[in-house]
Design a binder for this molecule. Structure first.
Ligand SMILES: Cc1cc2nc3c(=O)[nH]c(=O)nc-3n(C[C@H](O)[C@H](O)[C@H](O)COP(=O)(O)OP(=O)(O)OC[C@H]3O[C@@H](n4cnc5c(N)ncnc54)[C@H](O)[C@@H]3O)c2cc1C
Length: 415
């Protein structure tokens, strides 16, 4: 057992109603401290992963400020998919490391995150899509990921409930998986707090002043705090925070809807995803079928409302693919913001003129699976190691200096 787990075990364990309670130390009672070496704004998975890894590396003078509650943003609303099937080497390799961190999470952080490696099965309905999968598989195999191409009959061997009419081929990697997002946040938050990080919920940052002598003053209803360095981990709200110091971040929120069914007996091992429609579904450890579908043409919005259009589209596509699900009841429907960057790649590092203000945004629909490794790499950099390649390639400047992206275009940016 690591330090902190035993002490707070009782408080963090599910109470009689089955709800997980956070330890009182995470409530962040009282005013903010006057200053901190690093203030992380945003208590989603990205900010919390960074806080934990910074503290683990000995940098504990860290304050996390969250305007609402843990899991308020996209981190508490996502599908929990974790895959290594990508089209660029850097994303494949990052995700190999992230999967390893997910595998170790329960041991390292003392929380069961229900990580289950049942694979990801991508279905192609045209030869063009098969060619795209084949190209990716070749690269994934060269990186050591055991993805393989399946014909429709072989796909049926993995998910016998599929209707393979019109399916031309499939890509399957057995070590991809799904997780339950919330305990990731609890695990990172609890361990970060145990190591000395201070977390404040219900504390919106309303303004930030760059100080002439360096550093920043952040103002909140709970008081002001002076930070030598600031990390903007506000997900889809990152442009608003950056705007407070006059930095333009060109990401924008896109509502992404998702739903979950009544619990069924376990039958579906992999996450199944249809390339053409963006349909995806998996079965959670509790038995629910959790899934969504791309609804094209959504305007940018912070609205988290749910629509009948989504439900009808999802139901039509899902029951075409798995007719057996026709009578299953949907119990919950919700939405969250994709933090969409113009090229689908993240924005990391410090913008020009603000060497002590760091960005971690633009992760679209895959920021949860990337957070374990990005949080670790960020902490390594901010505690003195040389920055990983991903930071040089993901700079904000690429959208303004005409140099184009340092990152190759990721063309497998789905779900
Ligand atoms: C429906 C859906 C399905 C998805 N499925 C997947 C998936 O299967 N796999 C995957 O990897 N990813 C998925 N994603 C994407 C993933 O959820 C996000 O990329 C990830 O959670 C982003 O984490 P974050 O910490 O950057 O942002 P968030 O979780 O949004 O956290 C940002 C936090 O900042 C806080 N904040 C904002 N402004 C302020 C302020 N002024 N002061 C203080 N706090 C502030 C917010 O309240 C919020 O809690 C999905 C997203 C959605 C919406």
């Amino acid at each position: 057992m690591q330090a902190g787990i035993d002490d707070e075990d009782d408080e963090a364990r599910a109470d009689a109603s089955g709800q997980m309670r956070l330890p009182a130390t995470l409530a962040g009672e009282g005013p903010l401290p006057a200053s901190a070496e690093i203030v992380i704004v945003g208590g989603g998975v990205m900010g919390l992963a960074m806080a934990y890894h910074l503290a683990k590396r000995g940098l504990t003078d860290v304050v996390v400020i969250e305007r609402g509650y843990l899991a308020e943003g996209a981190s508490g609303r996502n599908g929990g998919g974790v895959r290594q099937q990508w089209s660029t080497e850097i994303n494949i390799r990052l995700m190999q490391e992230s999967v390893e961190l997910c595998r170790r999470f329960a041991v390292d952080l003392g929380v069961n995150v229900w990580f289950r490696q049942g694979g990801y099965l991508f279905l192609a309905r045209s030869e063009r899509e098969v060619a795209r999968l084949a190209k990716n598989i070749d690269l994934q195999n060269r990186c050591g990921v055991a993805t393989r191409m399946l014909d429709p009959r072989e796909a049926l061997g993995i998910v016998p409930e599929l209707d393979i009419t019109g399916v031309v081929g499939a890509a399957y990697n057995p070590s991809d998986g799904i997780l339950f997002p919330w305990p990731f946040l609890w695990g990172y938050a609890r361990q970060a707090a145990a190591l000395g990080v201070k977390l404040f919920m219900q504390t919106p940052v309303g303004s930030i002043d760059a100080e002439p002598a360096g550093g920043y003053t952040l103002r909140t209803p709970r008081g002001a705090i002076r930070a030598r360095r600031v990390i903007n981990a506000c997900g889809a709200w990152s442009p608003k925070l950056a705007q407070m110091i006059g930095v333009e971040v060109p990401t924008y929120p896109i509502r992404h809807e998702i739903c979950s069914s009544e619990p069924l007996k376990p039958f579906l091992r992999p996450m199944v995803s249809e390339l053409a429609s963006g349909l995806y579904c998996s079965q959670s450890m509790r038995g629910e079928i959790v899934g969504g579908v791309t609804i094209p043409g959504h305007a940018s919005t912070y609205s988290m409302g749910s629509t009948l259009e989504f439900l009808a589209t999802y139901a039509r596509r899902l029951t075409r693919l798995m007719p057996i699900l026709g009578d299953v009841k949907i119990l919950r429907q919700w939405a969250g913001p994709y933090d969409q960057s113009p090229d689908g790649n993240p924005i990391l590092g410090a913008p020009a003129g603000h060497p002590d203000f760091f960005l971690a945004c633009g992760f679209v629909g895959h920021g949860f699976m990337m957070a374990p490794i990005i949080g670790k790499l960020y902490a390594e950099w901010l505690t003195g190691d040389a920055p990983h390649d991903i930071f040089g390639r993901s700079q904000l400047a690429r959208f303004f200096d005409g140099s184009g992206a340092g990152l190759a275009k990721e063309d497998f940016n789905i779900g």
